[in-house]
Design a protein around this ligand. Structure first.
Ligand SMILES: [Zn+2]
Length: 296
C-alpha cells in the first residue's frame, strides 16, 4: 500500500544504498540477495510509513550508507530507553502514532533485522491478551526487538507468564512491565458469568477464568454495559499488577529503580491506550469508575 507513494528516484536510491552498504558488509549471500532483489522495489531500506523517520533511523541509514557492521547496528539500538520513565514515554509516543494514523515501521533495513541475531534488549515487557484485535507491537507502534510480549487470554499473572516476566526483568534490559487489558475482552466477560456457566467450559479455560474471577466478583453496581465491562477489565488489570508486585524478583527490580510496573487499557474503538501509572490508579480496592470519574 505504502509503495504507491514511492517515486522512481527513491527506488533507485535504495538500490544504490543496498549495494554499496549492506552487500559490502555482509558478503556473498547478500550480493545474491541484492541481485535477486532487482525486481523488489525496496530491497535495502524500508519505505517510510506514516510519520517521518526518527533521528535514530536517519542515523542508521547514514551508517548503512557508510558500510556499517552488525555490531554497530546492534549498538545503535541498545539501549533504546535509559530509564523506566523514558520507556513509558516511548510506549505512549508509539500509541499516539498508531491511533493518529502516523504509525511507522521502526526497522528501516534488512541489515537492522539481521543484526538482531546478536541479542535482544527489549525496553518494555507487555503482558497482554491473546485477542486478535490487540496485537501489542502494532497498537504501540514498536518494531522487532523492542517489546518482550507475553500474550494469554485475560492477561493473567500465573506461573508461566510470571516466569517470562522474571526472565525479561533479570536477563534483558527491559525498563517497564505493562499489564494491558482491552475493551471487549471475552475472557473477562466469561469470568463474570455464574459459577455454573463457567463450569461448562473445558478444564483449562476454567483455569484461566479462575485467575480473573476474584478481580471481577466485587465490582460496583454499574448499569451501563460498556462502562461495566471497562471497569471489569481495568479491575482485572489492577489485580494482575497487584500479583506482579508481590513477586520478589519484580519487587527487587522496582526497589532498585530498574523497572516500573504499570497497567494499561486498550480501547479497540479509538485505538487509544490509557496508561495507569500511579498507586491510586492501580489500587485494587478502588470502587470509582475510572472512565467517568464517578464515585460509587
Ligand atoms: Zn481479551
Amino acid at each position: 500500500m505504502e509503495e504507491t507513494t514511492t517515486t522512481k528516484t527513491e527506488i533507485l536510491d535504495r538500490r544504490g544504498l543496498f549495494k554499496t552498504g549492506a552487500a559490502a558488509v555482509l558478503g556473498g549471500t547478500l550480493l545474491r540477495s541484492a541481485r535477486a532483489a532487482e525486481d523488489d522495489p525496496a530491497p535495502g531500506i524500508a519505505p517510510p510509513v506514516g510519520a517521518p523517520r526518527s533521528a535514530r533511523d536517519e542515523q542508521l541509514i547514514q551508517l548503512i550508507k557508510n558500510g556499517v557492521t552488525m555490531e554497530e547496528i546492534a549498538a545503535l539500538k541498545n539501549p533504546i530507553a535509559a530509564t523506566p520513565q523514558e520507556a513509558v514515554r516511548l510506549l505512549k509516543a508509539g500509541n499516539a502514532r498508531f491511533f493518529s494514523g502516523q504509525a511507522r515501521r521502526p526497522e528501516v533495513s534488512a541489515q537492522e533485522r539481521r543484526a538482531q541475531i546478536l541479542g535482544q534488549t527489549p525496553f518494555a515487557v507487555v503482558l497482554g491478551c491473546s485477542d486478535s484485535r490487540v496485537p501489542i507491537e502494532v497498537v504501540l507502534d514498536q518494531g522487532l526487538g523492542d517489546i518482550f510480549v507475553i500474550r494469554v487470554a485475560g492477561n493473567i499473572v500465573e506461573s508461566s507468564t510470571l516466569g517470562s516476566i522474571e526472565y525479561a526483568v533479570e536477563h534483558l534490559k527491559s525498563k517497564v512491565v505493562v499489564v494491558m487489558g482491552h475493551e471487549g475482552c471475552g475472557a473477562v466477560k466469561a469470568a463474570m458469568l455464574s459459577a455454573g456457566q463457567r463450569s461448562a467450559e473445558p478444564k483449562n479455560v476454567q483455569y484461566l477464568l479462575d485467575r480473573i474471577v476474584p478481580a471481577v466478583s466485587n465490582l460496583p453496581e454499574i448499569r451501563d454495559t460498556k462502562a461495566r465491562m471497562r471497569e471489569a477489565v481495568i479491575a482485572n488489570v489492577r489485580r494482575q499488577v497487584f500479583h506482579l508486585k508481590q513477586n520478589p524478583v519484580i519487587q527487587q527490580a522496582v526497589k532498585q529503580n530498574r523497572i516500573t510496573v504499570i497497567g494499561a487499557f486498550y480501547e479497540i474503538t479509538s485505538g487509544i491506550v490509557d496508561f495507569m501509572e500511579t498507586d491510586e490508579e492501580l489500587r485494587i480496592d478502588r470502587s470509582a469508575v475510572i472512565s467517568s470519574g464517578r464515585a460509587r
